[in-house]
Design a protein around this ligand. Structure first.
Ligand code: FAD
Ligand code: DHB
Length: 389
């Protein structure tokens, strides 16, 4: 089988890239390890930056997001009962959109089906070859048969555990990593959100986040030790702990109910450089991971795809190589700024086991500074709504 761009991974990065390229008449093949049902059952990000909102619209998949998503023009940060509202709209003129990653992925699958893009789900043993030649290959097993796709370029959109990054020789990769000593326990429930904006709450008992998907679907997270398992947390224990970590006036309005999803994700910062190796280009979680505190994971995947799609369109439609030559450097510039913001938000809002009293005071002082300084709030808002592409 022959195509122009073979895309490994059918998550948001891979599907969005395929969609943007197909709309310019460029052929793609998407090779995904999991079933479509599995991909669509993963509950992940919920906040879409304005740049990503515009990119999804430009990709022709904005209609349901615009109809069902909820624009948010602010959020609340708290430390016990000290609350600071960050007014995105007043500080930056922009807002973010509450719209789940699961919905974005479903919209992209529908659009790709309409385009008739060849998509292989349940692909295993993916091997990428000939990255230094004019034509590269991606081989994989699908429905018991070994298949090979010949292509001009390979997009590695297969997440942190995928094969693409590891195809780049180890001595050619530079990896940067910070692993945080806690995870986030997430719960989804058919209950009205506790507040009409997101609440990022630090407390003496650790961090909690109150988020949502829509008016009757809430998403909450608790900072938990890495040694905890989902089975350790009954619904009652989760709600009890959440109530103690949110500011008391907000906690008083908490409506609880049965959880419909519960999972623990570890927190990590990770970057692998460069993003290009011959004809292979990495994008999204295949190249980098951020801790979720700044809501940047999905949004960084979108900005990578913006740069990569433009570069590939320039190359394949106008035979201009400047974009593909500059892709790694361009994308990494924005990636590192989002790394910094996600790390800073993580340090600002979490309690670290064994920390001294001084550390807690520094976090509280940072929040007091945010409360008193419009400049500090603007800096946070500018990063949260998303730096320009
Ligand atoms: P992925 O979504 O990981 O997609 C990669 C795809 O590649 C997957 O479908 C996978 O099945 C496939 N794949 C993997 N290996 C192979 C292979 N060998 N061959 C073929 N296909 C392969 N971000 C936030 O902003 N907020 C959150 O609350 C949040 N929560 C998260 C919770 C979890 C558990 C995880 C893992 C991530 C979370 N993120 C969150 C991050 C965000 O979801 C990711 O940044 C986003 O999914 C990146 O999209 P992607 O397409 O690059 O990678
Ligand atoms: C959600 C997740 C985040 O990591 C975040 O910062 C904000 C919202 C969410 O799943 O709704």
């Amino acid at each position: 089988m022959k195509t122009q761009v073979a895309i490994i991974g059918g998550g948001p990065s891979g599907l969005l890239l395929s969609q943007l390229l197909n709309r310019q008449g460029i052929e793609t093949v998407v090779i995904e390890r999991a079933s479509r049902t599995h991909v669509l059952s993963r509950i992940r990000a919920g906040i879409v930056e304005w740049g990503a909102v515009e990119l999804l619209r430009a990709a022709g998949v904005g209609a349901r997001m615009d109809a069902e998503g909820i624009p948010h023009d602010g959020c609340v940060l708290s430390d016990n009962d000290l609350q600071v509202r960050i007014d995105f709209e007043a500080l930056t003129g922009r807002a973010v959109m509450v719209y789940g990653q699961t919905e974005i992925t479903a919209d992209l699958y529908a659009a790709q089906d309409a385009m008739g893009t060849p998509m292989f789900h349940g692909a295993s043993d993916v091997v990428i070859d000939d990255l230094g030649s004019a034509l590269s290959t991606v081989s994989f097993t699908h429905a018991g048969l070994r298949k090979t796709v010949t292509c001009s370029f390979v997009a590695g959109c297969d997440g942190f555990h995928g094969v693409s990054r590891r195809t780049i020789p180890q001595e050619k990769r530079r990896e940067f990593e910070r692993v945080y000593p806690f995870g986030w326990l997430g719960v989804l429930s058919h209950t009205p959100p506790v507040h009409d904006e997101l609440v990022y709450a630090n407390s003496d008992r650790g961090f909690a986040l109150a988020s949502m998907r829509h008016a009757s679907l809430s998403r909450y997270y608790l900072q938990v030790p890495l040694t905890d398992n989902v089975e350790d947390w009954s619904d009652a224990a989760f709600w009890g702990e959440l109530k103690q970590r949110l500011p008391s006036d907000i906690a008083a309005r908490l409506v609880t109910g049965p959880s419909i999803e519960k999972s623990i994700a570890p927190l990590r910062s990770f970057v692998s450089e460069p993003l290009r190796w011959g004809n292979l280009f990495l994008a999204g979680d295949a190249a980098h991971i951020v801790p979720p505190t700044g809501a940047k994971g999905l949004n960084l995947a979108a900005s990578d795809i913006h740069y990569l799609s433009q570069a590939l369109i320039d190359k394949l439609k106008s035979d201009t190589s400047a974009g593909i030559g500059a892709y790694s450097e361009r994308a990494l510039k924005r990636i590192w700024k989002a790394m910094r913001f996600s790390w800073q938000m993580t340090m600002l809002l979490h309690r670290f086991d064994g920390e001294d009293a001084f550390s807690a005071q520094m976090r509280r002082a940072s929040l007091m500074h945010l409360s008193d300084s419009e400049t500090a709030r603007r800096e946070l808002a500018e990063n949260y709504v998303g730096l320009p592409y």
